[in-house]
Design a protein around this ligand. Sequence first.
Ligand code: NAD
Length: 439
Amino acid sequence: MNASAALQTFLAQASRKDLQIGIVGLGYVGLPLALRCVDAGFRVLGLDIDAAKVEALKSGRSYIKHIADDRIAAAEASGWEMSTDFSRARAADVLIICVPTPLNKHREPDLGFVIATTESLLPYLRPGHLVSLESTTYPGTTEEELRPRIEQGGLKVGDDVFLVYSPEREDPGNPTFTTRTIPKVIGGTTPNCLKAGQAVYQMIVDDVVPVSSTQAAEMTKLMENIHRAVNIGLVNEMKIAADRMGLDIHEIISAAATKPFGFVPYRPGPGLGGHCIPIDPFYLTWKAREYGVNTRFIELAGEINSAMPLWVMQKLASALNAQAKPVRGSRVLVLGLAYKKNIDDLRHSPSVELLELLRDAGADFAYSDPYVPHFPKLREHRFDLSHTTLTPASLAACDCVLIATDHDDFDYAMILQHAPLILDTRGRYQGIHTNVVAA
Ligand SMILES: NC(=O)c1ccc[n+]([C@@H]2O[C@H](COP(=O)([O-])OP(=O)(O)OC[C@H]3O[C@@H](n4cnc5c(N)ncnc54)[C@H](O)[C@@H]3O)[C@@H](O)[C@H]2O)c1
C-alpha cells in the first residue's frame, strides 16, 4: 500500500470511529484520557505494567481520588479492555504513550520509561498504526528516540505508520476544564502523520491545535510549564521582599490582578510540587546545553522555588521563637500533604519536604490531609504517619498549625479559633489576626 492509500484507509476508519485506541500508561494522564476515549465512542485498550492498577480497573475501582469508581465501572461495562499483555497492542489502531518522564539523580531527563514502553510495543507495530507520545519531554525526543526505533524494524514513518507528539495538559482536580475541553496541540513527524493524528484527536477533544513539527509541539509543552515555573519563582521572590517590608503579597497580587490587561496573577506558596512544574523545565535546560544555550531564567526560578521550604522553616522558627518556644519538641501540625489543593497527589510535594525539615529540626510533627489517610510508601520518603482529624482539641494541642496546602475541606474558621499559632503559606487568612503569621 502506498503512503496516501495507508492514510486514506486510516482516515476512513477514523471517520467511522472504527478504531481501537490503546492507551499505554494508565496514570494521572492516561486514565482520564482512556475514559474520554470511551465517552467519545471509541473502543479502548489500556496497557500498563502495573498489574495492581489493571486489576483495580477491571474490578471497577479507581486509584485516583478525583476519578470516581462509577466512571470506571461504567467504562468496564461498556467493554474497554485493560491489560498488562502488550501483545494486545497489535489489535489496537492507535497507541498513545502516557508514561512518566522524571529526572534522574543528576537532574537530567530520564527517558527510561518512554524508551522501555516504545520497545515493548515494537514487536506488535504493524502498518496502519498511529503512535502518539503524550509524555512531557524535550524537543527532539519523538524524532530522535521514537522514530529510529520504530523504523529499525522496516516500517517507514509517514508511509506505513504515523507518528505524532501531542502533549497532555491535564490539570488534575480542575473542575472547569476536562480532557475534552482542553485544546490539544499536535505535531506530526510528516504531514501524513499530522493528518492521521488530527483525525483521531479531533474526535476526542473539542479543539485541536496543529503545529509544524513534533519538536514544536514538544517545546510548546515546555514553554507552558516553564512560563509557570518562572512566574511562580518571581512571586516567591516578591513574597520574601514584601514580607521584609511588612506587606501582604496576596493583597498586592489581588490588586495587581484588577489590571484588565498585561498581568497574569500567580500565587506564591511553600515551594513547587507535582510531577510537572519542578521537573519539566530541566528537560529544556538539558537539551539547550547541546545548543550552547544556558537557560538562566529557568535555573534561577528553580533555585528560588526550591529554597521556599527552607524559608518557611525560618518563618516557623521565628514565629515559635516569638512565643519563647524552640522548634525542637514543639508540636507542629502540617495541613495539606498534596502538592496542590483538593487532590491526593504527593509527588514532589513541598509539604513532604517540610515534614523532613521538621523531623531534622526535632519537632513533634503530624499532618492533616483528608485526601491522604496514611502516609504512603514513597521511593524517597518514609513517614509512619496517619491523617490527624481537625477538632478544636487537636488544634489547641498544637504549638503551630502550618498551612502548606489549603484544601477546601478544611474548616478555616475553626482553625483560626482554636490554633494558638498559624503559619499560613497560602494567604488563606486575609487581614490581621493575632495568631496568624504569613509565610
Ligand atoms: N500528572 C499530570 O498532571 C500531568 C499533566 C501533564 C503532563 N503530564 C505528563 O504525562 C506523563 C505521564 O504522567 P502521569 O502523571 O500520568 O504519570 P503516572 O505515574 O501517574 O502514570 C504513569 C503510568 O505509566 C505506567 N508505566 C510505567 N512504565 C510503563 C511501561 N513501560 N509500559 C506501560 N506503562 C508504564 C505506570 O505504571 C503508571 O501507571 C509524564 O510525562 C508527565 O510529565 C502529567
